[in-house]
Design a binder for this molecule. Structure first.
Ligand code: DX5
Ligand code: ZN
Length: 216
């Protein structure tokens, strides 16, 4: 299991120090939630802030774009240091074109699904994506409750991957904590995004150790 801590719940007045805490814990990605106030009802950060972290940490940036018309900004996020860019199926009119465009930049290209969006919408893109991100809360905010019916969706995606012998990873985002992480991994998750359960209280380094322990 890989961990991608979401900085959405970090102390933004001390962002680099927060990133250093999870870097010490040894995580596989740094999850950066970009929201535009249109696709989701919240506004966060953009390439200018992300670029400030580039060259200050060796954690690969996992950039989750919750924005309309993502094609317009992909180049900016690549220049800011993104190693993976995730776009929402619901935000892309030409998803195949967007995925190929991200790949042409030499980074990983991934797609996210909102809780109510069916896996069937990804049928013809699955062979081309590096990661499928299953949203297990409605995107826009940290600290929400995991939607239980999403276990079924993760399992179904894992079965499809096996049947079609595909290689994409399954990333799960929203409401993950020490009490449900094991079931989520057992359902088929390879990459776990956690915001409030890492940065929300206590020591992020200890919280990551506890999350890894909880799946044993
Ligand atoms: C929500 C974001 C998540 C969020 C997760 O729209 O995509 O990455 O930060 O936060 P928690 O882990 O608190 O649900
Ligand atoms: Zn996210």
């Amino acid at each position: 299991m890989e961990i991608s801590p979401s900085i959405l719940s970090a102390d933004f007045s001390n962002l680099l120090a927060e990133v250093k805490k999870v870097e010490r814990a040894g995580v596989e990605y740094l999850h950066i939630d970009v929201m535009d106030g249109h696709f989701v009802p919240n506004i966060t950060i953009g390439p200018v802030v992300i670029k400030c972290l580039k060259d200050r940490t060796n954690i690969p940036f996992d950039v989750h774009l919750m924005i309309e018309d993502p094609d317009k900004y992909i180049k900016d996020f690549v220049e800011s240091g993104a190693k993976n860019i995730t776009v929402h199926q619901e935000a892309c009119v030409h998803l195949d074109r967007t995925i190929q465009y991200i790949k042409s930049m030499g980074i990983k290209a991934s797609v996210a699904l909102n809780p109510a969006t069916s896996l069937g919408t990804l049928k013809y893109i699955l062979p081309y994506v590096d990661i499928v991100l299953i949203m297990t809360v409605n995107p826009g905010f940290g600290g929400q409750k995991f939607i239980d019916v999403m276990y079924e969706k993760i399992k179904e995606l894992s079965t499809i991957r096996k049947k079609r012998a595909l290689k994409f990873k399954i990333e799960v985002d929203g409401g993950i904590n020490i009490n449900n992480i094991k079931d989520i991994v057992l359902a088929g998750a390879d990459i776990i995004v956690a915001g409030s359960s890492i940065f929300g209280c206590g020591d992020p380094e200890v919280n990551i150790i506890n999350l890894r322990e909880a799946i044993k």
